[in-house]
Design a protein around this ligand. Structure first.
Ligand code: FAD
Length: 472
């Protein structure tokens, strides 16, 4: 080991890299980490955290409107974008400083520089040209938003990287995309007061999510005033004085003040030197790794979004931790991406774990669905049109709950707890035997007794995957 400058060199101080570096250092590894932008990575600086702060900001609008039904008189309200941006900046700087301090406390050497791979054991620090060696290199460079579709004038558009720090809030905003980032920003900006137009290639929002939930999110966006254009993409963007004129495939032309392209993210491997070092990448540029996050070059590992497995912060953190346990803790720990709960922070929000109804019907011979759609209690006095939708997907043969989908206030919080039950292989009978908390919306999850639908396959398919979670 003494032949190398470090035991571990981590490239990228985001969710995965920071966790890996700290845990490895805790095992006694001489560890360094390089960061080219701001310590904390996408989640802290321009992802989950600032996004959620903006979601909170946006929801005051609903509260102000709802208050009248409960006897309150709310004077005229005024929203100040620059104050929100400043407060957000203050908070993410605080978090970034904590990440730095924690790395320091763990004894990790932090280098503020871009790093590039030279070969299986060497890394170049771009800031000063130094080349350092390490027994193991961990690539944790995350992903970057793509500026697509490739249409004339796309250079006028912004991505999620820029939207958090706009000098002024756009009065008219076109969001291109239908994934979770697109719908979250649509929900936020519509509530903050922008006129939002959402144009997406798909026929609905949130491809890959349960169909009923997709429709619920779409309806909620429309109810919040978002103008939706499905099966539409921009064909050209032109600057028109202070605004932009955008042509869509339908021939429709819209004039807006900002265009957010939220059409996807790509693993950040461009110019990283990985191919030259012999590391195999897949078609989208992700580092190909095994279940221990090891690439085909034995000394080079990769975790997080750069591996294009499941692009979520808790997954990057798990992969980083498991990597450190495996390589430096003498505890080989594979990462399994099963029963991953997730939330979409629109208003109302969507919380999901497990299979969608569609996925279950493809994999299982007989699937039962329990579904409820209702006005939450708060809406009875506020007059809000908001709806809550809950769906439980069950393997009829074993009674095991395969998936739970919740669209409603606090769905992200609720699904975190439900995910424990689903991971443990809870049956629908266990849900039924659980006492309700009253009055809550979540009590519906344990009181839905009447099946809404049963889907039987005419000809049984191949043996369905075991509904019980892998206990490894
Ligand atoms: P990152 O956190 O992206 O960290 C990579 C780091 O590497 C960055 O700091 C980058 O600057 C640095 N870097 C890159 N190349 C180099 C180099 N050559 N040298 C040095 N440094 C380099 N996930 C959730 O779970 N919940 C959410 O609500 C959520 N919301 C999101 C909202 C938005 C708008 C976005 C964009 C993402 C969101 N995500 C969310 C996804 C989440 O942010 C990522 O999955 C997570 O940050 C991945 O962690 P990572 O360690 O792989 O990469």
């Amino acid at each position: 080991m003494a032949d190398f400058d470090f035991d571990l060199f981590v490239i990228g101080a985001g969710s995965g890299g920071v966790r890996a570096a700290r845990v490895a250092a805790g095992y006694g590894a001489r560890t360094a980490i390089a960061e080219e932008f701001r310590v904390g990575g996408t989640c802290v600086i321009r992802g989950c955290v600032p996004k959620k702060l903006m979601v909170y900001a946006s929801r005051f609008r609903d509260e102000f409107e709802d208050a009248a039904g409960f006897g309150w008189t709310v004077p005229a309200t005024l929203f100040d974008w620059s104050r929100l941006v400043a407060a957000k900046e203050h908070e993410i700087s605080r978090l970034s400083a904590i990440y730095r301090a924690n790395l320091q406390k763990a004894g990790v050497a932090l280098v503020d520089s871009r790093a590039e791979v030279v070969d299986a054991h060497r890394v170049r620090l771009v800031a000063d040209g130094r080349i350092v060696s390490a027994k193991t290199i961990l690539v944790a460079t995350g992903g970057a938003p793509v500026l697509e579709p490739d249409v004339p004038g796309r250079e006028h558009a912004i991505t999620s990287n820029e939207i958090f720090d706009l000098k002024t809030m756009p009065a008219r905003l076109l969001i291109v995309g239908g994934g979770y980032i697109a719908v979250e920003f649509a929900s936020v900006f519509a509530r903050l007061g922008s006129k939002v137009i959402l144009a997406s290639r798909g026929e609905n929002v949130l491809r890959g999510f349960d169909e009923d939930m997709r429709c619920g999110v779409r309806d909620a966006l429309q109810a919040a005033g978002v103008e939706t254009h499905f099966s539409h993409l921009p064909t050209a963007i032109e600057k028109a004085d202070e605004a932009y004129r955008v042509k869509l495939t339908s021939g429709l032309e819209v004039e807006v003040d900002q265009i957010l392209l939220a059409t996807g993210r790509r693993p950040a491997t461009a110019g990283l030197g990985l191919e030259a070092a012999g590391v195999e990448l897949d078609g989208v540029g992700a580092v190909k790794v095994d279940e221990f996050s090891r690439s085909n070059v034995p000394s080079i590992y990769a975790v997080g979004d750069v591996t294009h497995r499941v692009a979520l912060t808790p997954i990057a953190i798990r992969e980083g931790h498991a990597f450190a346990d495996t390589v430096f803790g003498d505890r080989p720990t594979p990462v399994r991406h099963e029963h991953v709960p997730t939330a979409v922070f629109t208003t109302p929000e969507l919380g999901v774990v497990g299979l969608t109804e569609g996925q279950a019907r493809e994999a299982y011979d007989c699937v039962d669905v329990y579904q409820a759609s209702f006005r939450p209690m708060k809406a009875t006095l506020s007059g809000s049109s908001q709806k809550t939708i809950m769906k439980i997907v069950v393997d009829a043969k074993s009674d095991v709950v395969l998936g739970v989908h919740i669209l409603g206030e606090g769905a992200g919080e609720v699904v975190q707890a439900i995910a424990i039950a689903v991971r443990l292989g809870a049956k629908k009978a266990d849900f039924d035997a659980t006492v309700a908390v009253h009055p809550t919306a979540a009590e519906e999850l344990v009181t839905m007794r009447v099946r809404t639908a049963r889907y039987e396959r005419a000809t049984p398919g191949p043996e369905a995957p075991d509904a019980m979670p892998d206990e490894a």
